[in-house]
Design a protein around this ligand. Structure first.
Ligand code: AMP
Ligand code: MG
Length: 328
């Protein structure tokens, strides 16, 4: 993480280069991985554009089948069932993502922790279910990424305690977006946007101009708090409005503070801009947990990473690399 390339490109590059309207441009949306997938590609050959979009949707389905915690037959569910009893050999891809998750855990002092699921599974946001204090305390005691032993020699994973569970909801969509962009590039597509829920990555340009990505207002679904022009970067937003319910004035939402097993409260949303979507996805969740001060301090320490935070009062805060965006 310390070797990330230079600062996210945020210059407004005005270009007179225009694309012929419609030619080679394709945009498609599908609901996969429990979220909305958007793919937009440009290629002079319509067939190549079509094949690019289809390849991305197929890749999203493949990753959902492997990593969904809601599918009994996913590789991830098998790990959750078997890894407390002994080492479970897993695919190279899942192994690498578990290792990447651990690196982010180390980097964020454990704010990012895929074993959050040891308590996270007790919530059902759609049905407004949360655990009572005693149950939560017991389950939260099992949250600790050190309870996950990874053996690179055998590509296997083992839990050191019964009751440990993992969930890649904070990083898998970013990984899926990065894999999709790699596929598109390999097909010769150099201008594209891939979005999976709150995680996006863009390459090249759109009609000869930088892509523009909006940051949603956490309390007004149709409003934006910022629009950022981007080239060749990834952007992820984590918010307390995506999956939540309220009870007695308390908001229970899907981003969990590993120290308590309870929802992380303090910020409303965190947007991270960086070189790849796996990184921005994991960091948006992490900075949400860390809160404003510790979160911005972390971002300012990292090369190539920037952030826009919306705090509990709806105020915006920027990392130092984005000061030019601030209203004066
Ligand atoms: P995102 O929208 O990228 O912030 O992802 C939110 C998802 O990340 C949740 O739905 C959980 O699956 C997962 N998650 C929640 N809390 C954490 C945490 N502290 N560390 C890692 N993943 C988390
Ligand atoms: Mg995330």
């Amino acid at each position: 993480m310390t070797t990330l390339p230079g600062r996210a490109l945020l210059l407004i590059c005005l270009s007179l280069l225009a694309w012929p309207a419609g030619a080679g441009w394709l945009r498609e949306q599908q609901d996969i991985m429990g979220t909305r997938i958007t793919v937009e590609v440009f290629h002079a050959d319509d067939d190549v554009a079509r094949r690019g979009v289809d390849a991305v949707m197929a890749e999203m389905r493949r990753l959902d089948a492997a990593m969904s915690p809601f599918r009994e037959d996913s590789e991830l569910s098998r790990v959750n069932r078997e890894a407390a009893a002994g080492p479970v050999p897993i695919s190279r891809e899942l192994f690498d993502l578990l290792q990447r998750s651990r690196q982010v855990s180390d980097l964020t002092d454990g704010a990012f922790d895929i074993t959050f699921a040891s308590a996270g599974f007790l919530y059902d946001y759609r049905r407004h279910v949360h655990p009572d204090a005693r149950t939560l305390k017991q389950a939260a005691a099992r949250i600790d990424y050190h309870n996950l032993a990874l053996d690179p020699a055998t590509h296997s994973v083992r839990f050191s305690l019964p009751g440990v569970k993992i969930d890649l909801g904070g990083i898998a969509k970013g990984h899926a977006v990065d894999r999709s962009i790699a596929l598109l590039r390999a097909m010769g597509i150099h201008d594209a946007l891939v979005t999976a829920g709150g995680d996006s990555r863009v390459i090249g340009r759109r009609w000869g101009r930088p892509w523009r990505i909006g940051v949603r207002d956490p309390r007004r679904p149709d409003a934006l708090v910022a629009v950022i022009p981007l080239e060749d970067v990834a952007v992820s937003t984590s918010g307390d409005y995506e999956r939540f319910f309220e009870e007695d004035g308390v908001r229970y939402h899907h981003i969990i503070d590993p120290t308590s097993g309870d929802s992380a409260r303090g910020l409303r949303s965190v947007t991270i801009i960086g070189p790849d979507a796996t990184t921005t996805d994991a960091l948006s969740t992490s900075v949400f947990v860390l809160g404003r001060e510790r979160g911005l301090a972390l971002v300012d320490r990292l090369t190539g990473i920037d952030a826009i935070l919306v705090d509990g009062q709806g105020r915006l805060h920027y990392s130092s690399g984005l000061e030019q965006l601030q209203p004066h």
